[in-house]
Design a protein around this ligand. Structure first.
Ligand code: BES
Ligand code: MN
Ligand code: ZN
Length: 493
């Protein structure tokens, strides 16, 4: 399990700047302004910071960084100067500034002179950004001296006690993000369906009520669509229910996740190139798990039920075939044209189960559902689909506040018609055009008209090859902060 770096807050102290070890971080505005602590540091290192600030090469835009190595007369090994832009930063900008710090201080003992940010709340946001960017997935690195491991962050700012207080719930959310990233980064030979279920069951220690439904139970319920996806794998299919009842007696928000621990495509086998990426095909379930962890860690006053469908999609003598017809839990029959369109089969049964069992006030599903979504929006935005404008607007605002890109996509009857099957009630693919939308239409067939619902296709954003302002290469944890924010905005009493 990846833990947050060690973080402490204290008030500014200009007396010991020459004695601090490791890396010292200070801010510069686009006009060249240093903070009071930055001024003091500049004096004791012979003016290197003010010279950098005045130089043409350093623009001091949000997140611009320059590292001054082995500054004279200091014990520190480096001064990291980070730009804060032209205007006073808002929360998202402060997180990005923190992210830039985190990206350049991996494994280092770091003192962040955060008195140039404009108050304790923004210092806390920058701390969140740094903590998120300092994530490193090193569980399978044999050498535990890996340069990314360890290090600390000592934040110095006025009203440090207020900054520490503001950071507390933010860092609880960050722990949720880390949980999600660990799950997504974990290879499929380690994170089997049962290993996944066990990690979720372990969250009972945080006060979540966790229930694991095994194949026998799923069969008895009638989740034939979900079971058909997993029937080619020796790993047993499971549905895991995580309940956080921190609210009153109002109906819960249901969060549903696609948890395909590996997607080979099944008999409709994927090509070899890039297939290893399909170890992240449980990303939706990973995000749901991370949100549940964050809610429990910060003791959210809301009722939220997370339900994930955990399966592995393998080619095998027992695997389902193209052309098979399966009966869903709802009762509708599905012609499986392509066994690689498996996520929607899993979600169909979990969505229906969630509504029948928990009568949710709203339901949001997350899934790495389609390659078409990646083509449409790339890795900057997830696409979301909704049958309820109020919920959609609230989610869009929460995602924006969290700094996570999300773009609303359309639904419509004409798209739904593309799912018409010759032999069954529907087929599981609608053809190449509008592939992300027809996938969403398929899911909507398992959503009751009266249930406000959002489907979020995170295929493009769940992991990143290049790294992002707040995450290194690999799993991003996209969505944990947006959904945590939505819970704060709309579901907390
Ligand atoms: N897990 C994939 C979608 C995916 C693609 C996620 C790329 C992340 C990155 C999904 O199960 C899938 O294979 N979808 C097919 C559907 C098609 C057969 C209708 C796709 O998008 O090609
Ligand atoms: Mn697939
Ligand atoms: Zn898939």
């Amino acid at each position: 399990m990846t833990r947050l770096i060690e973080i402490t807050f204290s008030d500014p102290d200009f007396g010991d700047l020459t004695k601090l070890a490791g890396t010292l971080v200070t801010t510069v505005g686009e006009g060249g302004q240093l903070s009071p602590a930055g001024e003091a540091l500049d004096k004791v290192c012979g003016g290197a910071i003010s010279r950098l600030a005045a130089s043409a090469g350093f623009k001091a835009r949000i997140g611009d960084v320059e590292k001054l190595l082995f500054p004279s007369d200091l014990s520190a090994d480096a001064i990291l100067v980070v730009g804060t832009g032209a205007d006073a930063p808002d929360a998202a900008a402060a997180r990005k500034i923190g992210g830039a710090i985190g990206a350049r201080t991996a494994g280092e003992e770091t003192t962040f002179l955060a008195d140039g940010l404009g108050g304790p709340n923004l210092a806390a946001q920058a701390t969140l950004g740094a903590a998120l960017r300092r994530y490193a997935f090193v569980d399978h690195k044999t050498d535990d001296n890996d340069e990314d491991i360890g290090g600390s962050l000592r934040v110095r700012c006025p009203d440090a006690d207020l900054a520490a207080k503001a950071a507390k719930p933010l860092l609880a959310t960050a722990e949720g993000v880390f949980f999600t990233r660990d799950l997504i980064n974990e290879p499929a030979n380690v994170l089997t369906t049962s290993a996944f279920a066990m990690r979720l069951a372990a969250m009972a220690s945080l006060g979540l009520v966790v229930e694991v439904l095994d194949e026998q139970k799923l069969e008895a319920l009638g989740m034939r669509a979900l079971l058909a996806v997993g029937q080619g794998s020796p790993s047993k299919s499971k549905v895991v229910v995580m309940k956080w009842m921190g609210g009153g007696d109002e109906a819960p928000l249901a969060l549903i996740g696609k948890g395909v621990v590996f997607d080979t495509g099944g008999i409709s086998l994927k090509p070899a190139g890039g297939m290893e990426e399909m170890t992240m095909d449980m990303g939706g379930a990973g995000v749901v798990a991370g949100v549940m962890k964050a809610l429990a860690k910060r003791k959210a006053k809301a009722n939220v039920i997370g339900i994930v469908g955990l399966v592995e999609n393998m080619p095998d003598g027992m695997a389902q075939r193209p052309g098979d017809v399966v009966r869903s839990l709802k009762g509708d029959t599905i012609e499986v044209i392509n066994t690689d369109a498996e996520g929607r089969l899993v979600l169909a049964d979990v969505l229906w189960h969630a509504q029948e069992e928990y009568k949710p006030a709203a339901m949001i599903d997350l899934a790495t559902l389609t390659g078409a979504m990646v083509i449409a929006l790339g890795s900057e935005n997830a696409g979301y689909f909704s049958n309820d404008d109020d919920l959609a607007v609230a989610f869009g605002e929460a995602a924006a506040a969290a700094g996570e890109g999300a773009w609303r996509m359309p639904l419509g009857r004409a798209y739904d018609k593309l799912l018409k099957s010759r032999v069954a009630d529907m087929k599981n693919v609608g053809g190449r055009p509008a592939g992300a939308i027809t996938a969403a239409q398929f899911l909507q067939r398992f959503v009751k008209d009266e249930t406000p619902w959002i489907h979020i296709d995170i295929a493009g954003v769940a992991s990143s090859k290049e790294g992002k302002p707040l995450s290194p290469k690999g799993a991003t944890g996209w969505g944990v902060m947006a959904l945590d924010q939505l819970v704060r905005d709309k579901f907390e009493t």
